[in-house]
Design a protein around this ligand. Structure first.
Ligand code: SF4
Length: 393
């Protein structure tokens, strides 16, 4: 029988999850290969609980913590793009019942027997469906990249010792990418894809001098669902930029760097005045810590199984990033190769400029989700190592 992933989207389900997960792990043994759990930004301890379960059952549970509430539909699209098994089904925490796995087993057999069947629906419960991978999007529609990071350059107004992207250690030529190249790269991508959410990063993107030109292009593009700018909160942009941010309903994510105290208050104040949405970012390390991913000098990990696991458990592996005409799985990989001095493998990135096979190349890159050479030189986010955010060089 072909492999099945069970996808569950959780939100504030702390009180009911333990029993359900234990049952799912036990009962799914002969039916489902993986449980993929996406948490849509719970605030009640669900994420901690799920992290514990993903450590307890590392071969069975892949846990993806949402950083920002995106809703079940977008979460589902996002997850469906990274599934590697032939089939997947989506269950809610309260869908659990005794005959669930018998029904799922029947569904997989039905799909195995009929190649033309893309979705199987249970006779006993019409909400229970199994999808053949990549069967949701109609052929004519552009595929959606659920989340994409755009790096405008590594220039920053801080010099963080443990910057995950090595911004303070970047060569001059990578501090600021030409806006014309950025716009042309994005236009190439948007010819073939929609982008669910575009997250503009740096360095510090609010100091990027052509931000007005970039936002005018992005804000007028209907193939981009929403735009967010990830800022350290220490720079107040020009009136022109603020007006564009307000006009295009762009959200600002302010990193919660406790060591700067009230220094970010001026930005918050002006965002409030202009009715611009913003929120505080509390980092992948949890408890307001950064995950420590290693410095410039690290001993590369040669064991492929360890690197593969590191990548799969890394919270950043879904941060599909466009930087300097290339796309990688995370925002660290491209700059890391320059700073740490290793040579990426050809399949680590997708080239955007002049790539006549961009659509096919990017689709297979996103479907395969293979670790990159950068992951040998990086501890990822699940090593348990953390560090103080924004400690300066
Ligand atoms: S482990 Fe790999 S995917 Fe994760 S941040 Fe490091 S280089 Fe990127």
């Amino acid at each position: 029988m072909s492999a099945l992933s069970i996808v569950m989207i959780t939100q504030n389900d702390f009180g009911i999850l333990s029993n359900i997960i234990e049952e799912l792990v036990r009962e799914s043994e002969y039916v489902a290969d993986y449980l993929i759990i996406y948490d849509d930004c719970s605030v009640d301890g669900t994420q901690r609980l799920l992290e514990d379960y993903s450590r307890k059952y590392p071969q069975k549970i892949a846990f993806i913590p949402g950083e920002r509430k995106i809703g079940k539909e977008r979460a589902t699209i996002m997850i469906s793009n990274v599934i590697e098994t032939d089939y997947y089904c989506i269950v809610q925490p309260d869908d659990w019942r005794n005959n669930l796995f018998r029904e799922l087993g029947n569904g997989c057999k039905a799909l195995d027997m009929d190649d033309g069947l893309t979705i199987w629906q249970s006779n006993e419960n019409s909400n229970l469906m199994i999808f053949r991978r990549n069967s949701i999007a109609p052929e004519k529609e552009k595929p959606v990249i659920p989340f994409m990071v755009l790096c405008v350059g590594q220039a920053c107004n801080l010099k963080c010792k443990n910057c995950g992207n090595f911004a303070p250690f970047s060569e001059k030529e990578y501090l600021r990418y030409d806006v014309n190249y950025i716009v042309s790269d994005l236009a190439n991508i948007l010819k073939h894809f929609k982008i669910g959410e575009l997250n503009i990063q740096g360095g510090e993107p609010l100091i990027y001098t052509d931000l007005d030109k970039l936002l005018s292009f992005l804000g007028n593009n209907s193939d981009i669902g929403s735009i967010m700018i990830a800022s350290n909160g220490l720079h107040v942009p020009s009136e022109t930029v603020l007006d564009l941010i307000a006009r295009f309903n762009i959200t600002i994510r302010i990193s919660n760097y406790a060591i700067f105290g009230h220094e970010t208050d001026s930005l918050r104040k002006i965002l409030k005045e202009k009715n611009i949405e913003y929120y505080e970012y509390h980092f992948a390390g949890g408890q307001d810590n950064w995950s420590y991913m290693g410095g410039k000098e690290v001993t590369p990990e040669n064991d492929d199984l360890i690197v593969d696991r590191r990548f799969r458990e890394c919270r950043f592996q879904m941060c599909t990033t466009l930087e300097d005409g290339k796309i990688a799985h995370c925002s660290r990989a491209i700059n890391a190769s320059r700073v740490q001095g290793f040579i990426p493998k050809p399949k680590d990135v997708v080239y955007v400029r002049g790539n006549v096979n961009l659509k096919e190349d990017l689709l297979s890159y996103l479907n395969e989700m293979k670790y990159m050479e950068a992951c040998r030189y990086c501890y990822g986010t699940n090593s348990g190592k953390t560090c103080i955010p924004a400690e300066q060089v």
